[in-house]
Ligand binder design. Structure first.
Ligand SMILES: O=c1[nH]c(=O)c2ncn([C@@H]3O[C@H](COP(=O)(O)OP(=O)(O)OP(=O)(O)O)[C@@H](O)[C@H]3O)c2[nH]1
Length: 219
């Protein structure tokens, strides 16, 4: 049994692999260009995380079936399905801002051209008139797990905070510079050791790891 990460984001690979280490299975990543990036057409992080794992499973199965057509000595597709010993794990995250009705939400990575720094600036401009207490926001991470028997589970983590009035901090880039915890410091101005472990991604990955370990238990 092995884990395959359904992500096309290089940075994500590292923290997903790290968060799933406790499962103790070998972790594989997609080769560059192996499978086209899944279109994130879902309305929720749950839907998008599932879209990613299903896209990867479908592409892998299509490849097996093509190999089968190319050589009659290979096993049939149904045999392949049974021996496709891979647990596929995908993740979708986003920043949900209360006063903007959840915007940018599932479109956090792509609601405007440019980088997350550029998009953070757009958010700050939209929130110019909002005072302290009206700037509540939440990072959400949903991890989807698809098991070889077809079982699918989703695990959600949430990290609550507020949007700052200006970007602050140099320890990381992007939304971490405008997302502040209740002590008024942005993630980018805090040492990660001060918040890691209670963040959305770590929570969702810990729950997913526990779910995978449970599925692996002898039945
Ligand atoms: O600074 C940040 N600190 C965080 O703690 C955090 N959590 C989420 N995000 C942002 O949310 C979007 C996810 O997008 P996303 O899940 O669609 O990923 P993606 O499309 O890049 O990769 P994938 O679909 O190949 O897996 C991206 O803009 C991330 O930067 C964060 N930014």
């Amino acid at each position: 049994m092995e884990i395959l990460l359904a992500t096309w984001n290089r940075q994500k690979l590292a923290w997903m692999a790290n968060g799933l280490q406790q499962v103790g299975l070998p972790i594989h990543i997609l080769r560059d260009g192996e499978i086209p990036e899944a279109e994130e057409s879902g309305k929720t992080c749950e839907e998008n995380a599932l879209l990613k794992v299903r896209e990867v499973r479908a592409a892998k199965e299509a490849r097996m079936s093509a190999a089968h057509r190319a050589s009659s000595s290979l096993p049939t597709l149904s045999e392949n399905k049974a021996t496709f010993d891979t647990i596929i794990v995908g993740e979708d995250s986003g920043l949900f801002i209360d006063a903007l009705n959840g915007f940018p939400g599932v479109r956090t990575a792509r609601f405007a051209a440019g980088t997350d720094n550029d998009r953070s600036q757009i958010i700050l401009e939209r929130m110019l008139s909002l005072k302290e207490g009206q700037r509540k926001a939440c990072f959400v991470s949903v991890v989807a797990v698809q098991f070889p028997d077809g079982q699918e589970d989703v695990y959600r983590g949430e990290f609550h905070g507020e949007i700052s009035f200006a970007p602050m901090g140099t320890l990381s880039e992007g939304y971490a510079r405008i997302f502040q915890l209740l002590n008024g410091q942005t993630l980018a101005s805090l040492n990660p050791a001060q918040w890691e472990g209670r963040d959305h991604r770590r929570q969702a990955l810990s729950l997913a790891s526990a779910g995978i370990l449970k599925w692996l238990e002898p039945r």
